[in-house]
Write a protein that binds this ligand. Structure first.
Ligand SMILES: [Zn+2]
Length: 241
């Protein structure tokens, strides 16, 4: 059998400028998940598909997460053509990506979201991906910065957006908010988010809407958060002595 390149290109039409473009993907047989952090940051044996989730049109500069790339509406297109395309210098994002190349593509997506005034949940998702990329790189200051952005956007999404089924459901979002707060050492806020989920799961009707794994994860994370709080209290007590 001939050597199959793990990365391949697929052709699609840019929904903004309507030109044919190519995007790179990882062949599914090369995608082997090893583990996942509690905020769902995935680790793969070799090729990491997260690096390829930011799609960029080289002609007009339109960029979006692969799952919503095709969904650009009329207003989105107008904004991109008026505000991004005139300043855009063509860049190629096809082929194998390293973390820095992926970061570059994700930052272009983030800029697109700002120009298009995209929903807060999209900002939250892209900022979380950027935080993961920095985590892979061991750049924890930047990781923290983007986790905080993600947390703030997701909080706005939680209070102001109608969360439709299929994309990000309310309870997954509640869990992510709790876990991001925990990682940002906002322990009281973390316990409030996790508590909301546990309270909801006590209601049989609501419990049906929550993935069982999420409830288990939440219980574990409540335990870890309380331990961290105790450790933090001890530390500050020692400093004040
Ligand atoms: Zn385009």
């Amino acid at each position: 059998m001939a050597d199959l390149n793990p990365i391949y290109n697929s052709t699609l039409t840019c929904p903004v400028c309507e030109k044919k473009i190519e995007v790179s993907k990882v062949r599914s047989r090369f995608v082997k998940l090893i583990s996942q952090d509690e905020d769902f940051c995935p680790y793969y044996e070799t090729y990491n598909p997260v690096l390829y989730e930011a799609w960029v049109c080289k002609y007009c500069g339109y960029a979006a997460h692969s799952t919503v790339f095709a969904e650009a509406g009329k207003n989105d297109s107008r904004q991109v053509l008026e505000k991004i395309k005139p300043k855009w210098t063509s860049r190629d994002f096809t082929g194998e990506r390293d973390i820095n190349k992926a970061l570059e593509a994700f930052k272009i997506v983030l800029y697109n979201l700002q120009v298009r005034r995209a929903p807060f949940s999209e900002f939250g998702k892209i900022c979380l991906r950027i935080a993961w990329l920095y985590r892979y790189n061991g750049e924890w200051v930047n990781e923290y910065k983007y986790m905080k952005h993600s947390y703030d956007y997701y909080k706005k999404a939680y209070s102001r957006e109608y969360l439709s089924k299929g994309k990000l459901d309310e309870y997954t979002l509640t869990y992510i908010l709790g876990e991001l707060a925990r990682r940002l050492e906002l322990y009281n806020e973390a316990l409030q988010w996790f508590g909301k989920l546990i309270t909801a799961s006590a209601n049989p009707e609501e419990k049906l809407k929550i993935q069982p794994r999420l409830i288990e994860l939440t219980k574990d994370q409540i335990h870890i958060t309380r331990e961290k709080m105790k450790a933090k209290d001890k530390k500050s007590a020692a400093i004040n002595e």
